[in-house]
Design a protein around this ligand. Structure first.
Ligand SMILES: [Zn+2]
Length: 429
């Protein structure tokens, strides 16, 4: 006896027509033709069912603030940081919480149930930290929210950067952040990496730094981050977010760097939407893509996952909380268009990011949390191509969001009357 059975589901690994039995909050069976009954049965009609999406890199304190107090005119990362600096003194806890909760509603509808957000600690008021701690607690029934103490204006460069970051951790923030490429000098950047890794080791916390988010090929803080990770015994617990300078680095240097990153088991978190939007802005033509070397890092065995980073904030006026939009862009920017490539991209939105976040009981195996999403698509390839409707989203075995399927009614003689949004002439549906 199950509480819920989802029948006729296709799984990301290619298995088709599978039944998933759910008991309480957990997956209790995964097999074809599952015997037994349940209080509720959902027929997935050979749609794709995936573990809920995971966003390993976001800015929940800035989201939905687009236009406050003005727009980013140049579109650059640096103007975005300056603009955020103008908005920061005006922030209130109430408005921050309200915007974050609104974003979480959007995320849930897209099947996004696990988010790591960087929280700016530059303003000594720490109103951002207070607000995000409140949000974390309020969304806990439906979203796992991890908080990173993020010294946006520099750990050393901001006047009270060091003290504010420590206070944020004391208040209960989960992860140590950093931004070494934004410190005043290369040397201070390296010193910040060392100091922040030491704090993480002392407190037993993971590390996730904005690292080398620049087109400058000489921005090599990832080398220091890998070395300090090994020195402080933090292997597997450290993430390098962005790493865009690797796009522009000398190939010989990268051939030494990637094995060092692999040794340190660095979690690599590119942000394709933001990287393609913000990097290369100082170039004329040819313009660099500015995303890190995804294919090569994956081939070296590094855990690569993709973040959304921003939605309607000083850095990015677009975004929808849809991790498939992120994957869609990753396929293009990394030119990973092959069949196996696309499967790896889908993994980077789900299982890889779950690993980067250290999520437990995540996945489609028996015993995992029943945190699931049913998509209006047949398989992962169609999901990445169409960014389809999330028909149902389950959290711990309960449906928490439903969306009606997208069906177009055609009024053309001699053509089908109804087109399913996932329409694929070669599909077996
Ligand atoms: Zn970021």
């Amino acid at each position: 006896m199950f509480d819920l059975i989802i029948r006729n589901a296709n799984l990301p690994d290619g298995r088709r027509g599978i039944d998933i039995g759910i008991a309480g909050e957990k997956i209790a069976a995964v097999e074809a033709g599952l015997p037994g009954e349940a209080r509720e049965v959902i027929d997935a009609t050979n749609r794709l069912i995936s573990p809920s999406f995971v966003d390993p890199h976001f800015h929940m304190d800035a989201t939905l603030s687009l236009g406050l107090p003005r727009m980013n005119v140049s579109g650059t990362l640096l103007e975005g940081i300056a603009l955020w600096g103008e908005l920061r003194p005006l922030l209130t806890r109430e408005a921050l919480v309200e915007r974050a909760l609104a974003y979480c509603d959007l995320a849930v509808g897209q099947g996004l149930l696990h988010i790591r957000t960087h929280v700016d600690t530059s303003d000594p008021r720490l109103v951002t930290v207070e607000a995000m701690l409140e949000v974390k607690e309020r969304v806990a029934p439906y979203i796992d929210l991890q908080l990173v103490a993020f010294p946006q204006d520099g750990y050393y460069r901001a006047s009270e950067g060091v003290e504010s970051l420590e206070r944020a951790l004391d208040m209960g923030v989960d992860i140590v952040g950093g931004i070494p490429h934004f410190e005043r000098t290369m040397q201070e950047g390296a010193m910040s990496v060392e100091a922040l890794c030491r704090i993480a080791a002392d407190r037993g916390l993971p590390v996730d730094m904005h690292c080398d988010e620049t087109d400058d090929p000489m921005s090599r803080h990832i080398e220091t981050l890998a070395a300090e990770t090994v020195r402080f015994g933090l292997k597997g617990r450290v993430a390098g977010s962005h790493l865009t300078s690797m796009h522009s680095m000398d190939n010989y240097y990268v051939s030494k760097l990637i094995p060092l990153m692999a040794e340190a088991e660095i979690n690599v978190i590119p942000n394709p939407l933001i990287n393609i939007m913000l990097q290369g802005r100082h170039d004329t033509y040819p313009k660099r893509r500015g995303m890190t070397r995804v294919r090569e890092l994956m081939a070296a065995g590094l855990n690569v996952s993709f973040g959304h980073d921003c939605v309607m904030d000083p850095w990015y006026s677009m975004g929808s909380g849809d991790m498939l939009e992120v994957g869609h862009m990753a396929i293009h920017v990394a030119q990973m268009s092959g069949l196996e490539d696309k499967k790896k991209i889908f993994d980077a939105l789900t299982v890889n990011s779950a690993r980067a976040l250290g999520l437990e009981n995540y996945g489609l195996d028996v015993g995992c949390h029943a945190d699931l999403v049913i998509l209006q698509a047949e398989d992962v390839l169609e999901a990445l191509r169409m960014k389809p409707t999330r028909l149902a989203v389950l959290r711990r075995g309960k449906v928490i969001a439903r969306t009606v399927p997208k069906i177009t009614e055609l009024q053309i003689e001699g053509r089908p009357e109804r087109i399913d949004a996932g329409y694929n002439p070669t599909a077996r549906r």
